[in-house]
Design a protein around this ligand. Structure first.
Ligand SMILES: [Zn+2]
Length: 367
């Protein structure tokens, strides 16, 4: 018995040895002397490698992939340019200005393949680097599926953020059945300015961004805009929850549903939005449910009306048909269903049917 095991192990070693990079390395004298990566958030990731060989090193490639939700995991391959030599030091910079940025805390896995002129080859073991925003000293607070990261303000500030998180998740779950399916990370920058420093292309009008495929949200929230912050947290968390729930390769949610749920999770409709709704009803200029399925107008007035209407459509569906139907609708979208088909399956009407019923409801409610 023990002899058999011994033979088996030596066969196994032999088999592994034949293909192991270290054996190739020893034969060819090709050695990796150092490999490292360094983050300069949010603009750069810098990868470096040193290799030595008896023959000239002629080929160095970096391979990397970013961990996130995707149906097609992409590994990028970079041919690093250098002068062939027996002793090479190379580095390559991933310039995020060319490719778009990554959220704070995202993980990149990378490895190198190196060849020399005599046919020696080495592949390094995959290594992970976390692309942290190391401009700040982050503290963290975890409750359930959510971790809040912050760097300014006391524990009580983070606690207040966390209770807004938990309230929003509870509201969403109670009224729609939707819940986080994977852990989420919330980065709370201490100001809009700090937050915009985390973006490659800052946009003046945003104070929050959801990186849905990365289960990450970043905000600029200080104690002076905490009320806005709590609404923003509810809104963006709702987007994250619905993304996790319905992520599929075929179809997105209609915009009115995604934005409507996000607005609904914030709490009662703010008076400024309600006034747009009232005006649209009295001037007979409501935008149709079908139009609101596409991305909203960039014009501020029309955009505000679109958000207000989306809130109202979702409120109509939840108040008139209940939590179970909304959950069924989300689960139908998860299967990649078309917009009309999903509504017909769950509610028995398509977007035009919904439009007709909702107009009656909203007219009654606001007149
Ligand atoms: Zn939104």
């Amino acid at each position: 018995m023990s002899k058999k095991v011994g033979i088996l192990i030596s066969i196994l070693c032999l088999a592994l040895g034949l293909f192991s990079p270290s054996l190739v390395q020893a034969q060819a004298g090709l050695t990796i002397t150092s490999s490292s990566a360094r983050a300069e958030f949010p603009l750069k990731l810098i990868f470096s490698l040193s290799a030595k060989s008896a023959a000239n090193v002629v080929d160095v490639r970096l391979h990397y992939k970013v961990e996130h939700d995707s149906y097609a995991q992409v590994t990028s391959e970079v041919f690093v340019e250098f002068q062939p030599s027996t002793d090479v030091n190379v580095s390559w910079t991933w310039d995020m200005r060319q490719t778009g940025g990554l959220p704070p805390g995202s993980t990149v896995e990378y490895w190198w393949t190196v060849k020399d002129a005599r046919g020696g080859q080495v592949e390094t073991a995959p290594t992970r680097i976390q692309f942290d925003d190391n401009r700040y000293s982050w503290q963290s607070l975890t409750e359930g599926m959510v971790t809040v990261y912050w760097y300014e303000g006391k524990q009580a500030f983070a606690q207040e953020i966390m209770s807004a998180v938990q309230q929003a998740l509870a509201r969403l779950s109670q009224d729609t059945g939707a819940q986080l399916e994977k852990p989420a990370r919330l980065y709370i920058y201490a100001s809009t300015r700090d937050y915009q420093g985390a973006l490659i292309f800052p946009q003046e009008w945003t104070g929050a961004v959801t990186y849905a495929g990365y289960d990450t949200i970043a905000f600029g929230i200080s104690t002076s805009n905490l009320n806005w912050g709590k609404r923003a947290i509810a809104h963006e968390l709702s987007h994250l929850v619905t993304h996790q729930m319905v992520f599929n390769p075929y179809n997105d949610l209609p915009t009115w549903l995604g934005e409507g749920l996000a607005m609904y999770t914030e709490g009662p409709l703010e008076a400024s939005y309600a006034s747009y709704l009232k005006r649209a009803i009295s001037t007979n200029s409501l935008i149709s449910v079908r139009s609101l399925a596409s991305p909203f107008s960039a014009l501020s007035e029309l955009a505000t009306q679109s958000y207000a209407e989306s809130f109202s459509i979702v409120e109509f569906l939840i108040s008139q048909y209940g939590q179970n139907k909304m959950l069924a609708l989300l689960n139908t979208f998860r299967q990649g269903s078309g917009w009309d088909a999903a509504l017909v399956k769950v509610y028995g009407f398509d977007m035009d049917g919904l439009d007709k019923l909702w107009r009656e409801y909203v007219a009654k409610k606001y007149q």
